[in-house]
Design a binder for this molecule. Sequence first.
Ligand code: AHG
Ligand code: MN
Ligand code: MN
Length: 334
Amino acid sequence: MVRHTATSVVTIERFIIEQEGRHPEATGHLSGILYDLGVAAKMIANKVRSAGLADILGSAGTENVQGETQQKLDIIANEIIVKAMDHGGRLCAMASEESEDIIPIPDTFKHGKYVLLFDPLDGSSNIDVNVPVGTIFSVMKKITHGPRGCLKDMLQPGHRQVAAGYVIYGSSTMLVYTTGHGAHGFTLDPSIGEFLLSHPEIRIPEHGHYLSVNNAYEQHWTEPVRALMRRYRGLDGKREAMSGRYVGSMVADFHRNLLGGGVFAYPPNSKNPGGKLRLLYECNPLSFICEQAGGAAFDGHTRILDVQPTSLHQRTAIYVGSKCDIEIAREMLG
Ligand code: AHG
Ligand code: MN
Ligand code: MN
C-alpha cells in the first residue's frame, strides 16, 4: 500500500484507485461508485451553500413515506444522487429515505452488481438555521440472480456492506468512507473543487468525552436507558461525567464523536418505540464506519451490523461510538 506523509496531496480519486490496487480481482466498479458519489456530494454542497440565496430553503409542502415533512433540499439532494448514479452501469437498483419504493435503474442504462442505499440529506430540518447537514450512503453487492436489483438485495445485514460513507456539509465539506480497510476522511478544497485526504486511518478514542442524545425524551425512556444516561453523565458516581453535545443532525453529532470520542444515542421512546433512525440509510453505514475506526454500535440487544433487516424503511434504536462506552451500554441494556 502506498504510504502518504502529512504533507502529501492525495485526491480522493487517487486514494480510491490505490485502495482498489489492494484487490487484484477488483473490476473498478466499486471505485466508480465512490467517485461518482464524491461528484454528487460536491453538487449537493454547492446547493447547501447557496440555499439562503437561491430560494431553496424551507418545506416542499410534501411528506416522505415516513410521514416526515420534506424540505426542498431533501428533494434536490435526492435527485442529484439519482442522476449522478443511475447511468454508470455499476448499480442495479437504489433505495432512498425519500422514496417509498426501490429506485430502479432505467432499462436504457447498463445494470451492475451493486445496490446503493442513501439518506440524501440528513438533519434537513436544521437547514433553515444554518446548522450542518449531511448525506449518508451504503453499498452492498447484489445477491439475487436477475439483472435488476430487488428488495432482497437491499435487506442484507450491515456486515455485508462493501462500502459506506457520509458527507458533512459543515464549516468545511468533508467526505468520510470505508470499504472495510479503515475509515478515511477527505476535505473539499473549494478553490480547486477536489476532495483531498485530510484524515487517513481515523481512530475513535476508546473512551469518549461527548454524549449526544436528545434529553427531551428522558421521560419517555425505559428505566435501564435512564440509568445508562445517568451513568454517562457521571450522576451515579461510577464514571467521569461526559459533556452533552446534541446538534440534531446525526451526521454532525456522529462526526464530532468519531473524531473526538463519545457516544451518539437515539434510544426508543414512546413516540418512536422502535427507535427513530433508519437502519439501512443511517445506522448501518455509520456503524460500519465507527467499527472500522475502532468503535462499536449496538441497538440495545444486538450489534447493529448483525441485525437482519425486514423492511426498507425499518427504524432502530442506536448507541454508537467509543468502544468502552458502548460496552457500558451493552452491560446495562443488553
Ligand atoms: P433526517 O433529516 O434524515 O430525517 O434525519 C433526522 C434525524 C437525525 O439526523 C437526527 O439525529 C434526528 O433525526 C433528530 O431527531 P430528534 O429531533 O427527535 O432528536
Ligand atoms: Mn437522516
Ligand atoms: Mn434525510
